[in-house]
Design a protein around this ligand. Sequence first.
Ligand code: HEC
Length: 405
Amino acid sequence: MILLRSLDWAILLDWASLLLRWTHVIAGIAWIGSSFYFIALDASLRPNARLDPRVSGDAWQVHGGGFYQIQKYMVAPEFLPGHLTWFKWEAYSTWIFGFALLVTTYYANPALYLLDASVSSIEPLDAVPLALFSLVLGWIAYDQLCKSPIGDNTARLAFTGFALLTLITFGFCHIFSGRGAFLQVGALVGSIMVGNVFFIIMPNQRKTIAELIAGREPNPAWGKQAKQRSVHNNYLTLPVVFVMLSNHYSFTYQTRWNWLILTCIFVSSFMIRHYFNTMHTGAEPDWRLWPAAAVPIAGAALITLAGTYAPPSAAGEKPASFAEIRSIIDQRCHTCHAVHPTFAAFSDPPKGVMFDTPAQIRLYAKPIYEQAVKTHTMPLNNLTEITDTERGAIGSWFKAGAKLN
Ligand code: HEC
């Protein structure tokens, strides 16, 4: 009994979180993989007069030691085979596990990851419902936009959709913490993608099949709409993956113009996706898309450069001594970064980063400088209220060689 009570049960929660993340990523790989595959397959179909007139084209592929001949029936074949493979669980499970992760990491600890007092003064109790509501509202707005007359023209739809996305990104970055805002944009776009599968693509396919079984000609508009949404999903994959990785790179979200960085990434990734989608049709893709896509990425890099916080300068002053640094770190960082953190939300030091001894502080000098001075990622959400002067002191200590005396 005593033994059971002395165990650190919180580690099981960490395991649960790891398993959720693992499953989410695996499902996401399966989903994105099939999205890439089918868009490329569709683009590579060639008309073939020798086939059933209902077949719009076929494609030949070689993989795994054999040859495949794939034919696409544009509306539907005359008879349905007994077995038909559907593609939906990759999408659904990516969303289900991702949403569980979002709730357990961000919505359950809004003060830690979703909010930042230096961005807005929204209360956790308002922020979480707002974040949830924005996912629903985002889907409705996008869906209505596609169904409106704007949706009939691809260029107009792309432009309006992009403008809306930029506006939402800007809004989120001014309500939530940088990290929370980025993830919220990713969750919104990911939810739209799953909404496309759940509310449009699947029902349209079911309607088509029901008509076929009833011996009627299915409406070709259903297939066209499903195809439009699956193309949208394809273009949205790259930025969503970027967002999911970005929380490991605080320089992307923890800067003054973080919304602009994400917008640049969206522009670049659409161009890169477009290059590949054109290439798969067999047409000569426009190589100029690569230098064009590099421009927003370079822009994003420059923005991080300009947006990092210049440490308050202490020109001519003596760099801070280690004793001063130790006292700042004890006050502002050690509650979380210790073998046994005293901060209630953590049972272990986050990311294994501990500042218990001078040697540990010395070891982490560069990350300390990056997290607390160059970007204001740490202290997390500035929960321990570090001052700019203290950040400046850490900066001067680091620049003078991070000495232990
Ligand atoms: C309220 C708790 C808390 C406080 C206070 C805090 N940190 Fe952190 N720190 C965290 C968490 C949580 C993470 C892990 C973030 C993540 O998941 O990316 C972290 C991660 C880090 C990392 C590793 C970053 C990486 O990406 O590898 C460093 C370095 C760091 N903190 C330095 C500091 C410094 C320096 C201070 C004080 C100025 C500080 N932290 C104060 C919670 C805290």
